[in-house]
Design a protein around this ligand. Sequence first.
Ligand code: BTN
Length: 291
Amino acid sequence: MDNTQSGKMDNTSSREIYNISARETDNISAEGIRRFLRGGSEKYRERIRVYPVLASTNITAKELAAAGAEHGTVILADRQTKGRGRLEHSFFSPAGGLYMSLILEPAAFAFRDVTIITAMAATAVCGTVEEITGRSPEIKWVNDLLLDGKKICGILAEGIIDPKSGGLSSVVLGIGVNARIRQEDFPEELRDIAVSLDPKGIIPDIRNRLAAGIMNRILTDNPPNQKEILDCYRRRLGMLGKTVVVLRPGCEPVPAVAEELDESGALIVRFEDDRREILSSGEIHLRTIKG
Ligand code: BTN
């Protein structure tokens, strides 16, 4: 898939040869993902669909969900041409990243809230990254994961409302991980704020392993409850006790201290005038302050 290093120089070291072969084994495929499924997610092995290219896995997943696709259907693409992020942002999606959307029925979990599903995904990706790379990402509320302060993953959960009942009929949980993108391949505006897990291509099968690890944690026979998810999320939330900048459309950026995460996943901040506010994800974007 990612054959950017196809030529081999005469003086190539064995490590470089290993790197090249690892790059060549990074084909994402349903079969490749199935090899790493366990803990209940094997039940969904026939519901994995991998496409070479899609506009957005979330868009395709929403269409499939509307057409009746079952819980545990997972849509993946080698690359996306219109990867979407929160607040109508785009998500850089070249080959080498992991782009997956899971169709989930809320009835499979003990909670109904899209924020908690986002938190569940964030902790699932953190656990998977730790398992594969040995490194622990930090969560940036509400849906970003960072390594050394740079973004490695974004999550976009979208609820689908049943027009008859007005209730949540399914959730499309989109996860994008910068798995194997070389730093120089990020556009200039992202180069200082994004990073990938394996830019040199030394972890064989990284995308299949990431996809399976995430499925193992979300489509498990023993899904965590809301309290367990939020406890885990809170432990990984790097910004607690630190000053952040709250950005709302059409408003001046305002500094505040991120004080705590409440039991619904909302972030409680304290502004400089001592006013406290409960932020739910909505239209709010936070910028962390270095140092
Ligand atoms: C964000 O950073 O605000 C969220 C990014 C979510 C990106 C993933 S990639 C798979 C899925 N398909 C999309 O178009 N978006 C999500």
